[in-house]
Design a protein around this ligand. Structure first.
Ligand code: AMP
Length: 225
């Protein structure tokens, strides 16, 4: 199964993708996390991407497409995968369509998390992320057991330097401008809008209910006859 999770910054994409990945046994691939890992590792790709991320701008399609393909060719993606934060542009969507067709993968199932702007600003300005496993916390309603430390691996929690209100507003504008047409690309077919302005559990339950028939259909399609 191929799942594309859409939603503006702060919509709960990262959290839901981790839950869905565990539920359906597929890797959750976040192009944002991959880029941050490249920056941290000081690779040449990371060096190129760094200023784009700091400004809240999208990195080039070419750079992110190449990086993604390399990841999708890893064996853990053989049974499907979930993409978080990709595709962000119509060009990336077209690139992914081509990849999916070429590899004979099932049609992507698209889940779109919808959350009002003021809630997004509040959420992003209070969130922290594990510097190692990238798990998301929130100082308002999802605190770690021990302040500043990840529950899962004990690594320090950090605020993303692109989560300041100004940069987030810019990222939201960019999201609307560029991703609007991408969503339009997917409406109809396997497209599921979901109200993301609820608790993690409620949102997850709804996504699971929506996805189960589609996942079963896509599993049947792929099972040997
Ligand atoms: P995210 O963690 O998904 O909010 O992504 C953080 C930042 O990484 C974005 O603001 C972009 O600068 C960059 N980025 C992540 N995914 C993409 C993508 N698919 N295309 C272009 N830039 C991306």
């Amino acid at each position: 199964v191929v799942i594309l999770l859409f939603g503006p910054p702060g919509s709960g994409k990262g959290t839901q993708s981790r839950l869905l990945s565990a539920k359906f046994g597929i890797p959750a691939i976040s192009t944002g996390d991959m880029l941050r890992a490249e920056i941290e590792a000081g690779t040449s790709l990371g060096d190129t991407a760094e200023s784009f991320l700091a400004r809240g701008d999208l990195v080039t399609d070419e750079l992110v497409n190449q990086m993604l393909v390399k990841r999708l060719e890893q064996p853990d993606c053989d049974g499907g995968f979930l993409l978080d934060g990709y595709p962000r542009t119509v060009q990336q969507a077209a690139f992914l369509d081509h990849y999916v067709t070429e590899k004979g993968l099932p049609t992507p199932i698209v889940v779109h998390l919808d959350v009002p702007t003021d809630v997004l600003i509040r959420r992003t300005s209070s969130r922290l992320q594990c510097s190692k496993c990238h798990r998301i916390y929130n100082i308002l309603h999802k605190r770690p057991n021990q302040s500043g430390i990840c529950d899962a691996d004990g690594a320090p929690l950090v605020a993303r330097n692109d989560d300041g209100e100004e940069v987030v507003r810019g990222r939201l504008n960019g999201y609307r401008k560029l991703t609007g047409p991408v969503l339009a690309h997917y409406t109809g077919g396997n497209y599921y809008p979901v109200d993301g302005n609820r608790s993690t559990e409620e949102v997850f339950r709804e996504i699971q209910t929506l996805l189960e028939p589609a996942v079963a259909k896509s599993a049947n399609r792929n099972s040997p006859r």
